[in-house]
Ligand binder design. Structure first.
Ligand code: G3H
Ligand code: 13P
Ligand code: NA
Ligand code: ZN
Length: 308
């Protein structure tokens, strides 16, 4: 059942976080639904601009509608990840999305406010909620690459003004994480002091953590042992930090890279072991339950398991 993102956040706020997982194809969708049903967990499916362009935006819609029928016990929202203004309007007008993210975080503050405000107006008129972003995460997203030195954390005072001026429903904050497989070089992690300050300025406003993949060491090792060449020092967020972040108002935890790693590991190991195989279903049949198992483990770490 597709529900509003607002409903999921109201249920989760201050208690647990909802996992928001990117999908690009039917295999990811199948694993995602199976895993969340096994865990009895609500979830968010998020679709990026790149995912909409990969096959066709209607393909993912069709897959999600089919999954909704195949898995009637699933409770989820559909969200546009990192949208620009035009893509937000396209998703709002389609009537399919529960929420959209307008990401004008790379623009100056005033511009970010103006763009976000326009999107909020159009979205709210249709009962769709809006995630906006303030601050700069490091790493790669879409076609934008932000160097660590240009990344900066969200300013809590600015966050308060931003939410007041834009009327956005949730706020993506830069709190030390970054997109992709290379987040931390040493023992860093989430800046809980900053999250706490933001929550103090914005009590009750759902916060969103991007760049939340954990980049498991054993996953990277298996990929490289099977012929991969992921660089040394791939390091992500400790999943034990999800729940403490949730207690500080983080309601949505975005996970994409970890899913790509499961895919890469399954395919590399499969073709290494079975070089004569050319049936795409053979590896797909391994990926779907492996991805479902991964989703169960994340639901447990997020505290969303058992919430249905
Ligand atoms: O933050 C970006 C997400 O991981 C989506 O990645 O734009 O390559 O689909 P993508
Ligand atoms: P990861 O690269 O850590 O999976 O982050 C995904 C994300 O933030 C999608 O918006
Ligand atoms: Na951003
Ligand atoms: Zn992101």
């Amino acid at each position: 059942m597709i529900v509003t993102t607002k409903l999921l956040f109201e249920h989760a706020y201050g208690k647990y976080a909802v996992g928001a997982y990117n999908i690009n194809n039917a295999e990811q969708a199948m694993g995602l639904f199976k895993g969340n049903i096994d865990a009895k967990s609500p979830f968010i499916i998020q679709i990026s601009k790149g995912a909409r362009a990969y096959t066709d935006k209607r393909m993912l819609e069709g897959i999600i509608r089919a999954c909704d029928e195949i898995f009637p016990e699933a409770v989820f929202a559909v969200h546009l990840d990192h949208g620009d203004e035009q893509t937000c309007y396209d998703c709002i007008d389609s009537g399919f999305y529960s929420s959209v993210m307008i990401d004008a975080s790379h623009d100056p503050f005033e511009e970010n406010v103006a763009i976000t405000k326009r999107v909020v107006e159009r979205a709210h008129a249709k009962g769709i909620s809006v995630e906006a972003e303030l601050g700069q995460l490091g790493g790669v997203e879409e076609d934008i690459q932000v160097d660590e030195k240009n990344a900066h954390l969200t300013d809590p005072d600015e966050a308060k003004i931003f939410v007041e001026q834009t009327g956005c429903d949730s706020l993506a904050c830069a709190i030390g994480t970054s997109h992709g497989a290379y987040k931390f070089t040493g023992g860093q992690g989430i800046h809980f002091d900053v999250v706490g300050e933001i929550q103090k300025q914005l009590p009750g406003v759902p916060l969103v953590m991007h760049g939340s993949s954990s980049v498991p060491e054993d996953e990277v090792a298996r990929i490289n042992a099977a012929g991969g060449k992921l660089k040394e020092g791939a390091k992500g967020v400790d999943i034990k930090q999800y729940l403490p972040a949730a207690k500080l108002g983080v309601c949505k935890v975005n996970i994409d890279t970890d899913g790509r790693l499961v895919w890469t590991r399954v395919l590399r190991e499969f073709f290494l072991a079975k070089p004569e195989d050319f049936d795409l279903r053979s590896s797909g049949k391994i990926f779907i339950p492996e991805y479902a198992k991964f989703i169960v483990s994340r639901s447990e770490a997020l505290g969303s398991a058992g919430q249905l």
